[in-house]
Design a protein around this ligand. Structure first.
Ligand SMILES: [Zn+2]
Length: 321
């Protein structure tokens, strides 16, 4: 008997709790709706039709929300449309396009306005690309022209940017070469000189100046080192570094190079090699391990340039192989 009473009490308790919660929820919801409704009305009165319409729509059939929503919507679209026009006039075309799309105002040419925005945007981007091009920012300008997808002569302008960039690169090399030559930095001047294509500006005349300077610097160091073996060791490599930049047939530069390389390379000097050193190929080559377990190489070799042959042998360890 007792469990029946306990069960009945629990059921009554649950139903009571449900009723209380339900009623308080209903009254809470009613209060919330009223607050939202008042907020929407004040927004409408304040001219904020966009947010008011949004709230009235959310309120559904609460009071005259549906009616007020229908009243606010066209006003809201008008607002959006006017704002879109203002944005367009301010040059904020992407934002303007979004607002025009949202406004969908009857009787207004929104599609035409959106087209107008796009046209103005392309014009602006084209103008900006031109400015970049004139400022020498060729990569950025080319990218900007390419993103205009064939608008006007943007494709041709993109190619023009590439050409101008190439030319600027050549001009930089040329100017760099002249500047370094004047500072007496002959070897780096030579590196820039090599990157100038033949026929560019007065490259030939610049080359004559550069060669004369290299020759003079090379001979001057050769003379310093000549006749004094220990001094020669110091000055000959420098003389070589200048003279080897010259064309092989430049005056008597080749004679100087031969004397210098003969002194520097000794028995390895080759009169016929473009590098003044024998270019060996092995005719036979044997590698052995001796009693002390060192590797020893020996054989016969021939120079590919002058054709002389000789026996050779070397110790792998002492030669650092
Ligand atoms: Zn040789």
């Amino acid at each position: 008997m007792v469990w029946v009473i306990v069960a009945a009490a629990i059921v009554v308790w649950i139903v009571g709790l449900w009723l209380i919660l339900n009623l308080s929820n209903k009254s809470k919801r009613k209060k919330r709706c009223e607050a939202t409704y008042r907020k929407a009305v004040s927004q409408m009165d304040g001219g904020d039709y966009e947010n008011a319409a949004f709230l009235f729509e959310a309120l559904g059939d609460y009071k005259d929300s549906a009616q007020l929503c229908e009243k606010c919507k066209p006003l809201s679209r008008r607002m959006l449309f006017d704002r879109a026009v203002a944005l367009m006039d301010a040059g904020k075309y992407s934002d303007a396009i979004l607002e025009f799309s949202d406004s969908r105002l009857d009787g207004e040419p929104t599609e035409k306005m959106i087209e107008e925005c796009r046209a103005r945007m392309r014009e602006r981007d084209y103008r900006r690309a031109l400015e970049k091009m004139e400022a020498g920012e060729y990569d950025a300008a080319r990218q900007a022209f390419e993103s205009l997808a064939g608008y006007g002569d943007s494709r041709a302008k993109g190619l023009e940017c590439e050409r101008l960039k190439r030319e600027a690169g050549l001009r930089r090399n040329y100017e760099d070469c002249v500047a370094r030559l004047e500072k007496g930095e002959l070897l780096s001047a030579t590196r820039s000189f090599r990157m100038i294509p033949d026929g560019y500006a007065d490259k030939a005349a610049l080359g004559e100046r550069l060669y004369a300077a290299l020759y003079e610097a090379g001979v001057e160091r050769y003379e310093k080192g000549k006749g004094d073996y220990s001094a020669g060791k110091q000055w000959f490599p420098e003389a070589k570094s200048f003279l080897e930049e010259l064309p092989r047939d430049y005056g008597d530069a080749d004679d100087y190079m031969r004397s210098i390389c003969q002194a520097l390379y000794g028995s390895d000097f080759c009169p016929d090699s473009p590098y003044y050193k024998h270019d060996w190929e092995n005719l036979e080559h044997v590698v052995e391990v001796d009693n002390e377990l060192r590797k020893i190489g020996h054989g016969r070799r021939r120079c590919k340039c002058c054709g002389i042959e000789e026996d050779f042998s070397y110790d792998y360890d002492t030669d650092g192989y």
